[in-house]
Design a binder for this molecule. Structure first.
Ligand SMILES: [Fe+2]
Ligand SMILES: [Fe+2]
Length: 449
């Protein structure tokens, strides 16, 4: 036996959903409709609605047929979504839940509820549209986009990423960077993800080199951001990686042209003053090794290397007999020698490099306690590149032979650096020098390099 629920008529009129009872046999007509249903369908009154046919409310003939056939087949229907047209002809989305009741004596009717789901449908369509929009953005953008969970596992990637990996986007879900990149490279990526997860801070525009499936290296720029749930908890990371190889190659070509120009200057110095030329080259090797020990990227390494190669180029303007004078220089002569810094700075200050080349050279005789020249800058004001160059410069000069004196030797040079560590020289760089020398059997690591 079917459960039956009776409701007071005045209560029925105040419900938020439409109620109806509609006779199918012997004659199609409304037996009951509440006020909510009449209002929903823009009828003036329940009475007015009852003069119309239920079947005429359907906007599409096929929906009406489907509704009636399910009802006939199953005896009931749940949440049948369809378009109705109201009294004014306006379309609205409704959901009908109804049962067919057959009574003795051949009479048959349908009773049920009708809900207005237009707002819900509108929202659903809006969301679907927004989803389509985001999906088409994800699928058409020529950048790799990826979402990862808190365990660095990939949750979703776009088509571009999948193409790069040679898989379908769905095949990538659940994998990690270790499935696609060499171990050390993947580890760096995961370290970055964990930084974002643990600090909540984004990594913006990090330039890295990655190896592709075909074995070639490319240069990419990556941005990683934290992803939050609605309560503000970090649930994973989102990353965008753009291939910059073509741009980087162009930049490299431009850079090579500049470097070629500077090489000519360095060659001119070599002809006139081979000692300073060799000194520059050795300082460049030392500084580069320190940069690598500090984990710098290739661009920064190139910058410090070039700064080393050119740092004493300004000596080209100083008379050789002063440069090579044995014994102590007079105050005037010393002032003249000091000018090599600003001379070199003036030569290259207008060249545009992706690193601070001119400033590094300008500061290579500064000391972190402020006792250096030309500006007497102290620690924070002296850029790291210049602090590295300063230490490399002292180490090279003291260990090499000059026309006016013999080499003082590695021990003396290391003693000087140790004495001045933390006062004249950046202690971290002095430490790096000591470990580089230790790692080279306690011998100079820049000779025969
Ligand atoms: Fe110098
Ligand atoms: Fe020097």
């Amino acid at each position: 036996m079917k459960d039956t629920f009776y409701i007071n008529l005045s209560t029925a009129d105040h419900l938020g959903i439409g109620l109806f009872k509609y006779a199918l046999v012997p004659e199609e007509k409304f037996l009951f409709a509440n006020s909510t249903l009449a209002q929903m369908l823009a009828y003036f009154s329940k009475k007015e609605l009852k003069n119309d046919k239920f079947a005429d409310l359907f906007f599409a003939y096929k929906d009406k047929e489907e509704f009636l056939s399910i009802l006939k087949r199953d005896g009931s229907i749940k949440f049948f979504e369809t378009l109705f047209k109201d009294k004014t002809g306006k379309k609205l989305w409704v959901a009908i839940t109804a049962s067919r009741v057959a009574e003795e004596g051949n009479s048959e009717y349908v009773e049920g509820i009708i809900e207005n789901i237009s707002k819900h449908k509108e929202m659903e369509e809006k969301l679907a549209l927004e989803k389509d929009f985001l999906q088409s953005l994800l699928d058409n953008i020529p950048d790799a986009i990826y979402f990862k969970d808190r365990n660095n596992r990939i949750v979703k990637v776009n088509k571009f990423y999948a193409q790069g990996a040679g898989l379908d986007p769905d095949q990538i879900v659940g994998k990690t960077d270790f499935d696609f990149f060499p171990w050390d490279q993947a580890q760096k990526m995961v370290d970055d993800d964990n930084y974002v997860l643990n600090t909540g801070k984004p990594i913006i525009g990090k330039i890295e080199r990655t190896i592709l499936r075909n074995g070639t290296w490319n240069q990419v720029i990556t941005t990683k951001m934290p992803m939050y749930d609605r309560s503000g908890n970090i649930i994973g990371t989102m990353g965008v990686t753009r291939d910059m190889t073509a741009y980087a190659n162009l930049e490299r070509e431009r850079l090579e042209m500049l470097i070629n120009g500077l090489t000519v200057l360095a060659k001119a110095l070599e002809m006139r003053d081979p000692y300073t030329f060799t000194h520059n080259r050795n300082v460049a090797i030392i500084a580069e090794k320190i940069g690598r020990a500090l984990g710098w990227d290739e661009n920064r390494i190139l910058g410090i290397r070039l700064a080393g190669e050119l740092h004493d180029l300004g000596k080209i303007s100083i008379p050789l007999d002063i440069l090579n004078k044995p014994g102590k220089l007079s105050d005037l002569e010393y002032e003249l020698v000091k000018e090599h810094v600003s001379r070199c700075y003036d030569l290259i200050k207008d060249m545009k490099f992706p690193f601070s080349l001119a400033e590094t050279i300008y500061q290579h005789h500064e000391r972190i306690d402020g006792s250096g020249y030309p500006r007497g800058l102290s620690m924070d004001k002296v850029i790291l590149e210049a602090r590295i160059l300063a230490v490399s410069d002292v180490l090279e000069s003291m260990t090499s032979h000059r026309p006016y004196r013999e080499a003082l030797g590695l021990d003396k040079a290391l003693e000087e650096l140790k004495q001045g560590s933390g006062t004249k020289y950046d202690s971290k760089i002095v430490e790096a020098i000591f470990s580089l020398i230790d790692g080279n059997d306690k011998k100079p690591f820049w000779i025969n390099n």
